[in-house]
Structures are given as structure tokens and as C-alpha cells.
Design a protein around this ligand. Sequence first.
Ligand code: CO
Length: 209
Amino acid sequence: MDINQIFENNRSWIAKKLENDEHYFEKLSEGQTPEFLYIGCSDSRVTAEELMGAAPGQVFVHRNIANMIPNTDLNSMSVINYAVVQLKVNNIIVCGHYGCGGVKAAMQQSDLGILNPWLRNIRDVYRIHKKELNAIENEENRYRRLIELNVLEQCINIIKTAEVQKASDERCLKVHGWIFDIHTGKLIDLKIDFPKIMEGIKEIYRITP
Ligand code: CO
């Protein structure tokens, strides 16, 4: 796509929105009250809103390589804090995807410079689930399973945070683990057991009294 095409697309998008509702942008500028925090991969094929059929204002979005929530990552921690404490979202979604290049890179033995510490977080996921993963002989299936387990572990990292523990006690906040199947376009709910994980997490990571 030519870069100038983007501005043309923008003009026709504005016209289309105003055609449906002449006050569309006035309403949009009043503020946001999204119901969902979506954390996904930066992969250009895994568009957050489009695959969910969501409109502007409905989803607070954070994307990075391989949809990671490292414990000391100020960026994702700030996003979670703002979404939970200020926007009061009640659903946090971690959405991984089959065919994830970040997860693939973590499965291979190569020095990728600045990417090394980031990918090390995925290697940690492999180490935690080594027994299960090493038992899968088919490499493609092992790769797919690591993608799913990575989503699960990032959900756990979210559940460890004080904001999420508090919000889960005070209101009906939930964390969901999803996979986008890039081969079919299907969104798969991994159906993580949120109450059970929260209970297990509190044994070690409890922050609230
Ligand atoms: Co990816």
C-alpha cells in the first residue's frame, strides 16, 4: 500500500462514519469507557479490533512481541494499572496466535541481540512446562502448545498484580486466555480456570490482606 493511500483511506473513513452518524466524532471525543483490555501480539496479521468486530472506544489495546507481560515491564504494567484502576475494565484478554514469530524464535538457538531478554521470558515458559512440551514429539504441535502455554503464563503474570487481585475481590474482573488461529481466522477461548488460578496465585503472590 502506498503511504499516501492511508490519508485517502482516512478521508473516506471519516465520510462513512459521518454518513451513519453526523455526531460520531463529537461523541468519540467525549471520552472512553472500554469494557475490555486486550493484550496481543504486534504481528501485523493479528489486528485487535478487526478480528473481534469491535468499534473505536470498546477495547483498550496493548500489543508487543509475543503478547508478553513480563513482571518488571513498566509499559505493560502501566497499561494494566490504567485499564483496571482508572478505566475499570472487567475483562482482560491475553490473545496469542498460532504462527507467532516471537515464540518460534524463542524455540530456536540463535543470538538475537536486544531481543534476547524479551524472548528469555518465553524460554522461561518452556522451562516451567518442559515436561509436557518435551513429551510432544511433533515439532509443530509442540510449537502450538508453547503458544498456548505462553498465553496461560502471561495470564498468570497479570493475576499476580495488586490491581488485578484487588479488582477481582471488589468486582467481577476476569482474565481470559485466547488464541487467534491464523490459519482459519478463528478465535479460540483457552477457558483458563480464573478462580482456581487466582486461588493458587494468592498462596504466594497475595498482596491484599
Ligand atoms: Co506473534
